[in-house]
Design a protein around this ligand. Sequence first.
Ligand SMILES: Cc1cc2nc3c(=O)[nH]c(=O)nc-3n(C[C@H](O)[C@H](O)[C@H](O)COP(=O)(O)OP(=O)(O)OC[C@H]3O[C@@H](n4cnc5c(N)ncnc54)[C@H](O)[C@@H]3O)c2cc1C
Length: 166
Amino acid sequence: MIVNQVVAPLDLLVLGSGVAGLSAAVRAAARPDLRVGVLTKAALDQATTRWAQGGVAAVLSTDEDSTDAHLADTLAAGAGLCDVDAVRVMVDEGPARVHELITLGAVFDRDQGGALELAREGGHSWPRVVHAGGRRPASRWSGRWWRRCGPPRPRSWRAGSPSTCS
Ligand SMILES: Cc1cc2nc3c(=O)[nH]c(=O)nc-3n(C[C@H](O)[C@H](O)[C@H](O)COP(=O)(O)OP(=O)(O)OC[C@H]3O[C@@H](n4cnc5c(N)ncnc54)[C@H](O)[C@@H]3O)c2cc1C
């Protein structure tokens, strides 16, 4: 990967502009003492994240659901291919990460009482999937992050275009 031109020194360079990279960049950019950059291999909004349907599974209702049940469902759906330790981290940290996404600007569907709407989808034994705008792509909310990644912070540079700040 060639960075054509970096116009300012950075304290932190985040690689990738999907939900993983941008959530890290937006969080870091909240610190006024950090100059944060995002390096991506294409346009800022060209990431798998753009095409995600916005459904995120996490144990957000403790009525009958549990992280152990989420773990078991995921391992069953993974048909022996899952890294059990990684899945354990995902199910344990999932609820907090969903709330963190909301804090960062993600808008998930809610019922009339204001509670997150939980859908039951394939492979899940309990309703635990939140959506943004029904089945609309996650770009509904990740687009806000992409727009936030223009100057002044974090700045983004991509290969093939000198010091592009999207
Ligand atoms: C059609 C579709 C529907 C989906 N629906 C859902 C869903 O409903 N729920 C769900 O949880 N998940 C869904 N997913 C999966 C989800 O989109 C991904 O798991 C998630 O977006 C991954 O985010 P990420 O930030 O890790 O990676 P990405 O969004 O893929 O971002 C990777 C970033 O890294 C950059 N990059 C890659 N290589 C380099 C390199 N060599 N140098 C510099 N930069 C590089 C890319 O340009 C990009 O910006 C779906 C995926 C697809 C394709």
